[in-house]
Design a protein. Structure first.
Lengths: 43, 107
């Protein structure tokens, strides 16, 4: 199974947020750090 | 999630965008965000496209996915990668914030 590796570029992705607005990881490059949280469920 | 909400301002003040990706649909995200008054970015990923891209562990026998966190710096480089081995295996925000401080200070 592929995994993101430490100190390597994080794979870019674009996905609509829950309001339908596209979020693209690349848009934040040079502007913000990103904490990507993979959540299993809202519990 | 409660922990994240609690410390969200700490992340914001350090120039960190918190992005939560989950298997629920947009409506479930929207409902939950409203109910919990969350302000970070929520990305419904019912097809698990990002989950697969980043290789979050899927264990069918345990009915789901383990939590995972990735901290990406402003250059797009992954600086912290954590794959949980159980549902409660989540690094503390303090640990991540300390690393963020380190990255920000190195600039």
């Amino acid at each position: 199974m592929p995994r993101v590796s430490l100190n390597q570029p994080a794979p870019n992705f674009t996905l609509p947020d829950f309001s339908g607005k596209d979020f693209s990881l690349a848009d934040l490059k040079g502007q913000k750090l990103v904490l990507l949280v993979f959540n299993r469920t809202f519990a | 999630m409660a922990q994240l909400r609690h410390d969200h301002t700490e992340f914001v003040s350090r120039d960190v965008a918190v992005v939560v990706v989950g298997p629920e649909d947009a409506q479930s995200f929207s409902d939950y965000w409203q109910k919990e008054n969350l302000t970070f970015i929520g990305l419904p990923d019912p097809k698990a496209s990002v989950l697969k891209l980043y290789g979050q562990e899927v264990n069918l026998f345990k009915l789901g996915r383990m939590p995972a966190q990735v901290l990406i710096d402003k250059e797009g480089i992954a600086r912290f990668v954590h794959y949980g081995h159980s549902m409660s295996d989540i690094p503390s925000n303090e640990e991540i914030l300390a690393l963020v401080d380190e990255i920000n200070q190195a600039k």
